[in-house]
Design a protein around this ligand. Structure first.
Ligand code: ZN
Length: 463
């Protein structure tokens, strides 16, 4: 069957420009090599914001501006101490996780307990054995489990069971501890540290022989912080008040360059803006580009945007999020419960003559989430559809520039630019907004209401 493509010439120009362009990689390189980790609330993050403002102006976007917001910043202190003091003596490498509080001066002595993958069932089964101890949990979310089990959930369940410390063990080899916020934008109750797979394996091995006593000391602190969303747009020619939002977070974790997570997403968003610029006159509705701040510490940029633009949510047609553009597996869009998007996506893929993977499985762990709470149709661009198996190098010191492929960035940017033309123009992309009850139902299908209750992250609107 032949699908007519009225945009064939435009598509050809976008694809040609994308495949010859070095601009996306140049933006990626500047974000990683010049602006470092861009950790929320730091000078790195602020300067990266200045760079993005500059890039948006260079792309020809209108109304380019920053939207600042306050939050509780976490400051990494001296290297923490993690020692085995019995049955043997060992000094282990570890890093503190964001929002981990400092221990009392001199640290704490604790017995360790291993909860394996830290599934809700593991915590339930070992409940009596956790109180007063240091909980060791892997970052594994096993393939046989029906959903992803996030670090914040494991930490919260450890706190609820009366644990006195949390040790988060990587599943990926290479002496790489994985970081990630223990709480979102609020002080954690118990110290939390990350250890490599190898260090974790040593602890697990010792625990098989009998009780293990640890000494833990952390030195981290809190401060008033400021972050910003960076915003610019191509105004629509027919319905300028109707908006397609496209964005990704530019902050990263302080132990790495945050190249895949998420300089890759931001570079793709800006490259799509550059590719669309010569064709902006074709956009019937406004396409607004947003680089979100402070995502890694609690989705704060997404939340701030939705609060600031609350009056526009009913006229926000779609939010497209980019958080890690993925590798060379097939790219697509995850509509997170908006199953109505399947038919228009198939039609669009045919018309564009490109395989585009469709998925519809909600997750509440990136900037699209607060749009979803407001009922706005959302999707995430990347490698979608498979069972999530963890973050790979994400959240480790190895998430560096060399991990992002030029071909992937080009493919993602071209797909995004071509899709935005359709999302903003075609009648088929007027997806229904959902009521709070419907949003709750989507999340409930994957137990996510209960999970967020356990984490203490359930937004007021959904309670
Ligand atoms: Zn991310």
């Amino acid at each position: 069957m032949k699908e007519p493509n009225a945009l064939r010439d435009v598509d050809a120009r976008i694809l040609g420009e994308a495949m010859l362009s070095e601009e996306g990689m140049a933006v990626l390189r500047t974000l990683c090599d010049v602006h470092g980790s861009r950790f929320a609330g730091t000078r790195d993050e602020w300067r990266a914001g200045d760079f993005l403002l500059e890039r948006m102006l260079a792309c020809g976007l209108s109304r380019v501006h920053a939207e600042p917001f306050p939050f509780l910043a976490w400051r990494r202190g001296r290297t923490p101490t993690l020692q085995v003091v019995g049955p043997c003596k060992l000094s282990l490498d570890c890093i503190a996780l964001p929002y981990s509080p400092a221990t009392a001066e001199g640290g704490v002595g604790l017995e360790a307990v291993n909860v394996g993958e830290g599934l809700p069932e593991d915590f339930a089964r070992q409940r009596r054995d956790i109180r007063g101890k240091a909980v060791l949990a892997s970052n594994e979310s096993p393939g046989y489990y029906h959903r992803w089990v996030h670090r914040a959930e494991k930490y919260a369940r450890a706190v609820a069971a009366g644990a006195k410390a949390f040790i988060f063990m990587n599943r990926l080899e290479g002496l790489l501890p994985e970081t990630g916020s223990a709480r979102f934008n609020r002080r954690g109750e118990i110290p939390a540290v990350g250890v490599s797979k190898e260090t974790g394996a040593r602890l697990v091995s010792l625990l098989r022989e009998g009780p293990v006593r640890l000494h833990i000391e952390t030195h981290d602190s809190f401060a008033r912080g400021r972050s910003r969303n960076i915003v610019g747009e191509f105004p629509g020619t027919e319905h300028p008040d109707e908006v397609v939002v496209v964005g990704g977070h530019y902050d990263g974790h302080d132990i790495s360059q945050g190249a895949a997570d998420n300089a890759s997403g931001v570079a793709t968003v800006l490259e799509a803006a550059r590719l669309l610029a010569p064709h902006r006159g074709l956009l019937k509705r406004t396409v607004r580009f947003v680089c979100f701040g402070a995502e890694e510490v609690g989705l704060l940029g997404g939340a701030a945007y939705v609060a600031h633009h609350a009056a526009e949510m009913a006229r926000t047609r779609l939010m497209v999020n980019l958080d890690c553009i993925g590798n060379d597996r097939g790219k697509g869009f995850d509509f997170m419960g908006w199953d109505e998007a399947k038919a228009p996506l198939i039609a669009m893929a045919r018309e564009m003559k490109q395989d585009i993977v469709f998925a519809s499985r909600p997750n509440p762990y990136s900037d699209h989430f607060h749009f979803m709470v407001a009922g706005v149709p959302i999707c995430l661009l990347g490698n979608v559809g498979g069972t999530p198996k963890g973050r790979g190098y994400g959240h480790t010191a190895a998430d560096t520039l060399d991990k992002v492929g030029r071909a992937d960035l080009r493919e993602a940017a071209a797909l995004l630019a071509r899709s935005l033309l359709r999302f903003a123009n075609d009648r088929a992309w007027a997806l229904p907004h959902k009521s709070t009850a419907e949003v709750r139902r989507i999340l409930d299908r994957y137990e996510l209401i209960d999970v967020m209750k356990a984490e203490g992250t359930l937004p007021k609107a959904l309670r």
